[in-house]
Design a protein around this ligand. Structure first.
Ligand SMILES: [Fe+2]
Length: 237
């Protein structure tokens, strides 16, 4: 009994002290960053049928995009500067980071963009008057812009992206990037600008339905373009 009483008198203050110490340590050591998060698809996986099938959408979002997010989060500990950068700011400083951050940070930004610039067939609206004016000034017509975009998308060897961008001088341009690079990245060999519309031409984006027929995927994809979002990006650029 006496031993038990003595034990309680000894252990209670000790436990309270340890708990306080733990709280202080946790407060001091708590990461200042929030982990990057996988955004949900803004529509059902089957919403883009028949252009993109539900299985492709599910695998693309739930596995490929999710893996980029998980792999980027795994880099935070080794790259503390990630704590100070949001995802978009990271793209502009990507040259300072190792390839794992470049590939997975790019993959996260690119795919987050990709889901939003698509909408179910018939729900994507049309280019705004200011956007159409800029397209006409840079390409001559909407059709000419699409032809140039299709050529860049079909011509990207291996995996990558095709982009419509607004360049720093205000003109629009078509460009293409390899792997998970994008036009926001401060890397040599990249034509930089604000992405208005980006198309994923990795095989994982289309192979189940289109197999090796990438040009068919690209041609069909225009029916999904969410011009309302492209207009918004142009107005904000
Ligand atoms: Fe992808």
């Amino acid at each position: 009994m006496a031993r038990s009483l003595r034990s309680r008198w000894f252990t209670r203050p000790l436990l309270a002290g340890l708990a306080t110490l733990m709280l202080l340590l946790m407060a001091g050591a708590a990461p200042a960053w929030a982990d990057y998060a996988l955004p949900p698809l803004p529509y059902a996986a089957e919403a883009l049928e028949p252009v993109i099938d539900a299985t492709t959408m599910t695998i693309h979002h739930d596995r490929h995009h999710a893996a980029y997010v998980a792999n980027l989060n795994a880099q935070i500990g080794a790259n503390p500067r990630l704590a100070e950068l949001d995802l978009e700011a990271l793209q502009g400083q990507i040259a300072d980071f190792p390839d794992a951050v470049r590939n997975n940070g790019g993959g996260h930004w690119n795919h987050s963009q990709f889901w939003t610039v698509m909408a179910p067939v018939g729900q994507g609206g049309t280019p705004s008057t200011p956007l159409l004016k800029a397209i006409n000034a840079s390409f001559g017509s909407l059709e000419s812009m699409q032809t140039a975009f299709n050529k860049a998308a079909a011509g990207r060897f291996g995996s990558g992206w095709a982009w419509l961008i607004r360049k720093p001088d205000g003109t629009l341009a078509i460009t293409s990037t390899a792997n998970q690079d994008n036009p926001l990245m401060n890397l040599s060999g990249i034509e930089r600008g604000t992405p208005l519309l980006g198309l994923d031409v990795w095989e994982h984006a289309y192979y189940l339905r289109y197999q090796n027929r990438r040009p068919d995927y690209i041609a069909a994809w225009w029916d999904l373009v969410n011009w309302s979002e492209v207009n918004r990006r142009f107005a904000a650029a």
